[in-house]
Write a protein that binds this ligand. Structure first.
Ligand code: ZN
Ligand code: FE
Length: 257
């Protein structure tokens, strides 16, 4: 049985995700309680576990209300435990839980915050795994580098980029339209990017989420993963720079965009 994954829009542009497997129901991030509770009730589901990606309020604001209602276990990055609601289990890179389809592996992806974790379900379904990336790798983008260094964020994105290409990427925000506009300024001759941007516009016009998307598609279109691309380097005049330096330039341009 593949995992059942439900996308729950929260706040103005956040996504939380419910993951139902043989061991129960797990929630990735809790921006606010009400829409998550509604999604659980609509399916007659309880809630067993909350996995927190990082300490920002728009990812943890609903944790206590959900814990009080469902008595679920709360897990999150040990490195940010002092900034998080009390954790029942503190996680670090490489920690794993569950088995079979529900196998979950924590991947440290520092940069946006120093303790940010992504959660990888390598056996999520017959087509491949799923990874919940919150504010690290995002659809056509990546999170702002607040606490870490550009080099650190580049290493984090590189780890995610090395997962199997069929992995489906579930990020924490619906920022894809703005990301698409920016991506075209960096990589505007990339035909895969141009057609993806058209799909993004069509989906948003219908009010549909633009996540998840396969890692293969991100690798072909997300400028933050394409620092090695010769055309992008030429356009930036950075042919002799390191990939991390090219990434840093792209990230800084996005900050000003
Ligand atoms: Zn954040
Ligand atoms: Fe966020």
């Amino acid at each position: 049985m593949p995992l059942e994954i439900v996308t729950v829009p929260c706040l103005s542009d956040n996504y939380a995700y419910l993951v139902k497997g043989p061991d129960g129901v797990c929630l990735i991030d809790a921006p606010e309680a009400a829409p998550i509770q509604a999604a659980l009730e609509a399916r007659g589901w309880g809630l067993d576990t909350i996995l927190i990606t990082h300490h920002h309020h728009d990812h943890v604001g609903g944790v206590e209300a959900l814990r009080n209602r469902y008595g679920c276990e709360v897990m999150g990055p040990a490195a940010e435990a002092d900034k998080l609601p009390p954790l029942d289990m503190a996680l670090k890179d490489g920690d794993r839980g569950g088995e079979g389809e529900a196998l979950t592996v924590a991947i440290a992806v520092p940069g946006h915050t120093l303790g940010h974790l992504a959660y990888h379900f390598p056996n999520a379904g017959p087509e491949g795994g799923a990874v919940f990336t919150a504010d690290s790798l995002m659809a056509l983008g990546c999170g702002r580098v607040f606490e870490g260094t550009m080099e650190m964020m580049w290493q984090s994105l590189s780890r995610l980029a090395a997962l199997p290409p069929e992995t489906m990427v579930y990020s924490g925000h619906e920022y894809t339209m703005g990301n698409a506009r920016f991506a075209l300024t960096i990589d505007g001759t990339n035909s895969a990017l141009i057609s993806r941007c058209e799909e993004v516009v069509a989906k948003r016009a219908k009010g549909e989420p633009t996540v998840p998307v396969s890692l293969a598609e991100e690798l072909a279109t997300n400028p933050f993963l394409r620092a090695a691309d010769p055309e992008i380097r030429a356009r930036l005049g950075m042919q002799s720079s390191s990939d991390a330096e090219v990434f840093a330039e792209i990230r800084q341009r996005k900050d000003r965009f």
